[in-house]
Design a protein around this ligand. Structure first.
Ligand SMILES: [Zn+2]
Ligand SMILES: [Zn+2]
Length: 201
């Protein structure tokens, strides 16, 4: 486990401890859900979170078994859904390290250092910059998917209200990434509805 992966989930909860089993080219993640405080199903928020955490650290898992009083096995379509969710987490991570002022400085190499510092200062304070918005969204995504959608709509509303504000660079960068994210979220939602999962996202 790399440090970077660990940072995707900032708590130290014991959630869905797992082991990997290898059998005829298939990798199965077997999670012990008797101690995770979840219900041992993916439509339980705790277990969904625990398994997502595992998925951010493992590649090429083919099946998942949640072992509670009974074992619940997830294959193809559920795995596809988890991968789509991991992709969104990775996107949120990438978006959060974007610094709009860097792009601006590259396009305007003649800017004085005073102006650069001033811009950098404004950006670092900007609540609607990618560094703040996408870290917040990622935390929500891995913590509580319902809270995430609320936060997402809330931020989109704020961006639209503040379109004339001082830090246009941050606002336009954040807005374009939120729109990009919207399409991915819609794809995921459509997939979940189409496949009839009980997980509400
Ligand atoms: Zn669990
Ligand atoms: Zn800015």
């Amino acid at each position: 486990m790399s440090k970077k992966d660990k940072s995707k989930f900032d708590d130290e909860d014991i959630i869905c401890k797992y082991r990997l089993e290898y059998d005829s080219n298939k990798v199965t993640m077997v999670a012990d859900c008797k101690e995770c405080n979840g219900g041992g199903e993916l439509n339980d928020g705790t277990c969904l979170r625990g398994i997502l955490k595992g998925f951010c650290q493992e590649f090429n898992v083919d099946n998942v078994i949640l072992s509670h009083y009974i074992e619940t096995k997830y294959t193809d379509e559920s795995i596809q859904m988890l991968r789509m969710m991991v992709e969104i987490i990775n996107d949120l991570d990438q978006m959060s390290i974007r610094r709009p002022y860097d792009e601006y400085f590259k396009q305007n190499p003649a800017l004085s250092s005073t102006l650069k510092n001033k811009q950098k200062d404004t950006c670092e304070k900007c609540d609607l910059g990618p560094g703040k918005v996408f870290i917040l969204l990622k935390e929500q995504y891995v913590k509580d998917i319902h809270g995430f959608y609320e936060e997402y709509n809330n931020l989109l509303g704020k961006i639209e209200e503040n379109e004339d504000e001082e830090c246009l660079r941050c606002i336009s960068a954040t807005k374009s990434d939120l729109v990009y994210l919207f399409n991915k979220l819609e794809n995921l939602r459509a997939y979940v509805i189409y496949k009839g999962f009980q997980i509400i996202i």
